[in-house]
Design a binder for this molecule. Structure first.
Ligand code: GDP
Length: 439
């Protein structure tokens, strides 16, 4: 996710490497590179300029404390500003009311139907009883698609294939929810390929008729600045309550995530990366900022791990990562858990440094088969002690796993790099530990 932006920002901070203190010249060079990085990530020029002006202003006023280098100081400033730009703190999601009504709007293909399924599944996990509503009266396939999703997650889908009035369908669905004791109604509306007056009127009419507690605008993050423009058009008309950014698993540059809050002044509430129904994530601006800066997102990773297996085990893993005792067995166990959790590459990217290491690797479940075979060829002692894997052991692992020596060596190198990154992350002042005197 956002790999190019991460790399460009890292290289901007290199301006400050070896500098004893922060001065006008090195600030100016760094800030210029940051601005270019943002613009290339498809952040609107005005937003990028204001952003870097603020960074410059903050950096200029800062005294460099002995304990941190100018580079670290700049990273911290940028981290805070990125967090602010994306909304500062986590937004709330209001599902009070009986039933609460959540209206889903957005262009066709943005991922509305998939998101509706993910949201229903997420709410089910929160002990809610959702009802999905197919309010697309133009494409019968859209109704079928929602029904298929509903079956997968065991959530009822309300539809009226013969009715050509989306407002009536929405109203009837709410009545149905009341009789069936469903406490959240999720209305998946029709989209068009582009902004279209008839579509807007229809969604606005549904809004007036059902008075939703939440109106979520769903947008494909791959569309960059277009996503931001579409958001503006929908917000002018619907005054929505939040944004859902989809397809973050793709090759997105970051522009949409960074510009939407600024442009429409509405928070991003959820992000979605992948087509599996259990990969919906609440959006945390601070965690996203960390990821953009290549710091990974241990918090989210641990949370996902906790959701998968018991808390004790998850804590143990976090502790091992923090103590740099992560071994091959942990890696193997993680692979098995991760494989169940959705998009592999995205999850791996939450481990500090790993996102970068795997950015050009095409990761599918099959991609792990080789690594699994290598780990399976290790003795328990080797699994627990990565440092003892010498040349002769590597030769044996290669024979045992049927993988080439290059494959074994590449994996060992990757594992070592990952551990180094974890070690660095643990030492970094930004790695969760705050510097005295800093916010
Ligand atoms: P709608 O027309 O807005 O309802 O969009 P759909 O939910 O039908 O999604 C359009 C396409 O995008 C489908 O092929 C989905 O499987 C795919 N899709 C939706 N969300 C995601 C996502 O987060 N990541 C990826 N990679 N694909 C997605």
């Amino acid at each position: 996710m956002f790999n190019n932006l991460t790399e460009r920002l890292e290289s901007a901070f290199k301006n400050l490497k070896g500098e004893a203190r922060i001065n006008d010249l090195n600030i100016a060079n760094t800030v210029k590179d940051i601005r270019r990085a943002l613009i290339d990530a498809d952040v609107n020029y005005k937003i990028a300029k204001e952003f870097t002006d603020r960074v410059k202003e903050k950096a200029t006023g800062e005294k460099v404390i002995n304990a941190i280098s100018p580079g670290q100081l700049m990273v911290k400033i940028v981290q805070d500003e990125l967090t602010d730009l994306m909304g500062g703190t986590e937004a709330t999601f209001d599902i009070t009311g009986n039933p609460a009504v959540v209206l889903i709007a957005g262009l066709q293909g943005s991922g509305k139907t998939t998101f509706s399924g993910k949201l229903a599944n997420y709410l089910k996990g929160q002990k809610k009883s959702p009802l999905l509503v197919a309010a697309d009266i133009y494409r019968p396939a859209a109704i079928d698609q929602l029904k298929v999703l509903g079956e997968q997650i065991n959530v009822e889908v309300y539809s009226e294939p013969e009715t050509k009035d989306a407002v009536a369908i929405a109203q009837n669905a709410i009545k149905e929810a009341k009789t069936k004791n469903k406490n959240v109604v999720i209305i998946d509306t029709a989209g068009r390929l582009a902004i279209d007056e008839a579509m807007m009127t229809e969604v606005a009419d549904i809004k007036t008729a059902v008075n939703p507690t939440e109106i979520l605008f769903v947008v494909d993050s791959m569309t960059g600045q277009d996503a931001v423009n579409t958001a503006k058009a929908f917000n002018d008309r619907l005054n929505f309550s939040g944004v859902v950014l989809t397809k973050l698993d793709g090759d997105t540059r970051g522009g949409a995530a960074l510009s939407i809050k600024y442009t429409v002044n509405k928070p991003i509430k959820f992000v979605s990366s992948g087509e599996k129904l259990d990969t919906l994530d609440v959006f945390y601006p601070d965690r996203m900022a960390q990821r953009i800066l290549g710091m990974g997102d241990i918090t989210s990773l641990v949370e996902k791990a906790q959701a998968q297996f018991d808390e004790e085990q998850a804590k143990k893993l976090e502790k091992k990562i923090r103590k740099n005792q992560f071994d091959f067995q942990d890696f193997y166990d993680q692979l098995q858990q991760i494989k169940k959790m959705g998009n592999l590459k995205d999850l791996m990217g939450m481990i500090p440094g790993v996102g970068k290491a795997i950015k050009d690797v095409d990761i599918s479940d099959d991609a792990f088969k080789g690594v699994e075979a290598i780990i399976n060829s290790m003795t328990p002692y080797e699994k627990a002690n990565p440092d003892i894997i010498n040349q002769s052991r590597r030769t044996r692992l290669s024979k045992g796993s049927g993988k080439s020596m290059e494959d074994v060596n590449a994996f060992m190198k990757q594992f070592e790099q990952m551990k180094q990154m974890m070690k660095m992350m643990n030492k970094m002042p930004m790695g969760g530990m705050r510097m005295p005197g800093m916010r």
